[in-house]
Design a protein around this ligand. Structure first.
Ligand code: ZN
Length: 523
């Protein structure tokens, strides 16, 4: 995941030192019948150029997939489930004989090796009534090696460009666990909770293994329409916008719409208070536990959260292109990691809500985690990537974005944060051995700490040192070019290097040395 591990490590160190325990933009698109063939819009293939500072990021012409979900959160049984309809088309040039869904909650089963993550365990997700609109019932087959991988053999192949509708009912256990998927202190973090269509890339369904210090989530841009029933008194934050709340028979039914996102998540609690402010043109909603507030002075905590969001939207909007969505929810909740990112929603751990939980400045851990997770709206949300296979594309970029945030603030704040990452402090070219590479899969790192150090700290330094070589304006512009070219698609290291070389040229010796040192990908 991103978990924001570097900060998490620092926070955990501090904790041990202190002895503290730890849009309405969806149109009513009619999905065409299966006889029609969808042709993908032509891709831009020429050289990447630098867009103007603060450019807008347009929603794509390509038709998004569609998820329609009727869900119920049962807080007695601690389950979430319901009916899901996915409308999609084959966006590859291969004929699909099977589909792959990812069902991450099944890894929290008591009997599973991942059960150690959970205090009270989850369970294998029940997936029933699986139907292909063209042929009827489909059988569910779980992968022998990974319970989160669900295969569906199609009775009728799906040819390139052809449409189909898949529907199913599911119910999954929510573990009692203070983490990205789980409930704790009356707050439910319901993320990566429904079986989601995997990505089909390079001739196969991608199904990289789940891991706890990072993430493997990888999915297609989709429009979501979600109806969620929760008990009366529950306040819900989610991806997208709340369109309606109705009450009936001791329950509330929320209606959400979320256009052009890769996933849908929600957090729900009867103890949530929330405050909303418009910052930098985005409606930001901060949710926190009002019965047992995470900080002594919640006015200060909330102000820091809004101020961090405002600076993030301004700094990243200028550097990477403007945030294209209308809302962002910030959820302050108990999770073991520092933070976690989802489309239009970020989770911040509640243990940084003290002015004393800081590195250089009161509340700066809250600030830095907030800006890191907001940066993921660009690097994961807008530009997707396979975070299990090339984790640097979201985590190193989000870690470097922390420096972009402090560059925007300037002065001592910038100096404190950039110290240690520059070429004069720790040149990556001198420090790294020849076989140390940034563009490795999670599984290739020697250990969790090797992954964390390389992807979060060194990856941040790699990008900062590129900025030093090329100049701040130019490097931000190159990232903007990379974002605009790859917005709402899934990018890889080659796409980044193409943007870099198209905009910076290939005759900068210092840049070439750094790129050669850290990337095994060649273009
Ligand atoms: Zn991250």
């Amino acid at each position: 995941m991103k978990k924001f591990m570097r900060t998490a490590v620092i926070v955990l160190m501090i904790i041990s030192l202190l002895g503290v325990s730890s849009c309405s933009m969806i149109k009513d698109k009619l999905f065409p019948g299966q006889e029609e063939t969808y042709t993908l819009p032509e891709e831009e293939t020429g050289p990447v150029t630098i867009p103007e500072k603060g450019c807008s990021i347009e929603f794509p012409k390509r038709r998004p997939y569609e998820y329609e979900m009727d869900l119920t959160l049962d807080t007695e049984a601690n389950t979430v489930g319901g009916h899901v309809v996915i409308k999609f088309y084959n966006d590859s040039s291969d004929t699909w004989k099977e589909l792959c869904l990812r069902d991450y909650p099944s890894l929290f089963d008591k009997a599973d090796v991942y059960a150690k993550q959970s205090k009270s365990g989850g369970g294998i997700t029940e997936i029933i009534n699986v139907k292909d609109s063209r042929t009827g019932d489909l059988k569910v087959r779980r992968d022998d090696g990974d319970a989160s991988v669900v295969w569906l053999n199609l009775d009728e192949e799906l040819n390139p460009g052809k449409f189909m509708t898949l529907s199913y009912d599911f119910k999954t256990m929510i573990p009692n666990n203070a983490d990205r998927f789980g409930f704790s202190n009356d707050i439910y973090n319901v993320t990566n909770f429904y079986p989601i269509l995997a990505e089909y890339v390079d001739g196969e369904w991608s199904h990289a293994g789940y891991f706890t210090v990072g993430e493997c989530f990888y999915s297609e841009i989709s429009d979501y329409k979600v109806r969620l029933t929760v008990p009366d008194g529950y306040n819900v934050a989610s991806t997208g916008e709340t369109k309606d709340i109705s009450r009936n028979d001791g329950n509330q039914k929320y209606t959400f719409e979320a256009p052009y996102v890769r996933d849908f998540v929600f957090c729900a609690s009867k103890v949530f208070a929330n405050e909303s402010r418009e910052v930098a043109g985005v409606k930001v909603n901060v949710f926190y536990n009002n019965d047992n507030p995470p900080g002594k002075d919640m006015t200060e905590v909330i102000d820091v959260a809004f101020a961090s969001a405002e600076t993030s939207f301004k700094a990243f909007g200028e550097a990477f292109g403007k945030y294209p969505y209308s809302e962002l929810d910030i959820i302050i909740t108990p999770i073991a990691a520092g933070g976690m990112e989802y489309p239009n929603l970020i989770i911040i751990t509640d243990y940084v809500c003290s002015k004393h939980m800081s590195q250089f400045y009161p509340y700066d851990l809250l600030e830095i985690i907030t800006c890191h997770e907001i940066a993921h709206q660009w690097f994961m949300g807008i530009v997707g990537s396979n975070s299990g296979i090339e984790p640097w594309l979201d985590e190193s970029m989000a870690s470097y974005s922390e420096l972009v945030f402090y560059e925007y603030i300037g002065g001592d704040r910038e100096r404190y944060q950039t110290e240690g990452f520059s070429r004069k402090d720790a040149s990556i070219v001198s420090k790294w051995k020849d076989n140390d590479k940034l563009d490795q899969a999670f599984s290739e790192f020697k250990s969790d700490s090797d992954y964390t150090m390389r992807i979060y700290a060194d990856g941040k330094a790699v990008l900062y040192q590129m900025e030093e070589i090329l100049g701040r304006e130019k490097f931000h512009g190159i990232i903007r070019g990379y974002v605009r070219r790859n917005a709402f698609k899934n990018a890889n290291t080659k796409d980044f290097l193409k943007a870099l070389y198209d905009c910076a040229g290939k005759d900068n010796d210092e840049l070439n040395k750094l790129v050669e040192k850290v990337f095994r990908t060649k273009i």
